[in-house]
Design a protein around this ligand. Structure first.
Ligand code: NAD
Length: 305
């Protein structure tokens, strides 16, 4: 299968690397020149939990015309620019190209759908973690499952094919008939962890070692849970507050991606995480005071880089 990874940073390179190792034709598409050149000259270096290796059978480019039409496009840019990046690279899509988003945050499907027919879009969540070390070199920091699904909940042939390709490549993948529940389930965890760690500069595990941050985590997640209940969304776990605290424990030593963004003076995904809860709350008449506060604090930090 010809696979293009749109946004080949930490996660895009990780998935691209595995899928190339699985024998697929993989193209990494990114605007970061040094990264592209390093991969084309020396191969993609993956180190960390899945082992150190150099992947040579992978191509990288900034030019969609180098790729031509892809069978599958996996979107792994930050959710702030999903629609912009699709619009810049329309030349890799035709009427049969499937687009998969595994990004965090709310609204990626809608942004892709501004330019791509909804029937071509599938979505999911990933529990892998990765960070960039240097151009052409990434660190596999967390191993986890990938869950994907059709937006309408069906178990189609194409979703099984893509799941098989990922599993064959070593990315443990399951198909879900409730992809909206998966996206919201991941969102609620991010609502509890990301902004709070970004503001306090604490590691994930420290959030539940301090009574003050633990209370804020609980309240932020609870506000989001009220929205989930009002929308009738079924989550894949029972209690989002308990689940988020379990994730804090399991990833205790991690610096969240939003904390890394703040540390490196990059734009965060706050608008698609806590900001999305604020917007959804307004639509439904549900109060979200802690999420408003977290959103405004992160935006204030960003404005003053
Ligand atoms: P990243 O910043 O490492 O990678 C994003 C890449 O997009 C960069 O290489 C950047 O150069 C590229 N890019 C920016 N503008 C572009 C453009 N116009 N065209 C093409 N490429 C462009 O981000 P990441 O950590 O890989 O995260 C990607 C998504 O995955 C986010 O939604 C994030 O929340 C989610 N996610 C990340 C992790 C993780 O551990 N890093 C885990 C789960 C989900």
């Amino acid at each position: 299968m010809k696979i293009a990874i749109l946004g080949a940073g930490a996660m895009g390179s990780l998935y691209g690397g595995f899928l190339a190792e699985g024998g697929n034709e993989v193209w990494l598409l990114d605007v970061w020149r040094e990264h592209i050149d390093a991969i084309n000259n020396n191969g993609l270096i993956i180190e960390g939990l899945s082992g150190h290796r150099i992947i040579k059978n992978i191509k990288a480019t900034s030019n969609p015309f180098d790729i031509g039409i892809a069978d599958l496009v996996i979107v792994f840019v930050k959710s702030t620019i999903t629609d912009i990046v699709i619009s810049q690279n329309l030349d890799i899509f035709d009427k049969n190209t499937i687009v998969l988003t595994l990004q965090n945050g709310l609204g990626n499907v809608e942004k892709i759908n501004k330019l791509i027919n909804k029937k071509n879009i599938i979505a999911g969540v990933t529990a892998h973690g990765a960070t960039l070390i240097s151009p052409g070199n990434i660190f596999h920091a967390g191993i986890g499952a990938t869950n994907i699904g059709e937006l309408n909940g069906g178990f189609s042939d194409r979703i099984r094919v893509i799941s098989n390709i990922m599993n064959t490549a070593g990315l443990e993948t399951t198909v879900s008939d409730n992809v909206i529940g998966l996206i919201w389930g991941k969102l609620l965890v991010n609502v509890g962890i990301n902004a709070l760690t970004a503001i306090t500069k604490l590691k994930n595990g420290q959030l539940i070692d301090n009574a003050e941050t633990e209370e804020l985590l609980e309240t932020a997640v609870n506000e989001a849970w009220n929205i989930v209940k009002a929308k009738g969304i079924l989550l894949s776990y029972d209690n989002p507050i308990i689940y988020t605290k379990q994730v804090c424990k399991a990833t205790a030593q991690n610096f969240s991606s939003m904390l890394q963004d703040i540390t490196n003076c990059r734009k965060t995904e706050i608008d698609m995480i806590n900001g999305a809860i604020v917007r959804e709350g307004k639509k439904l008449g549900i109060e979200t005071p802690v999420n408003i506060t977290l959103t405004n604090l992160v935006k204030s930090i960003e404005k003053n880089y």
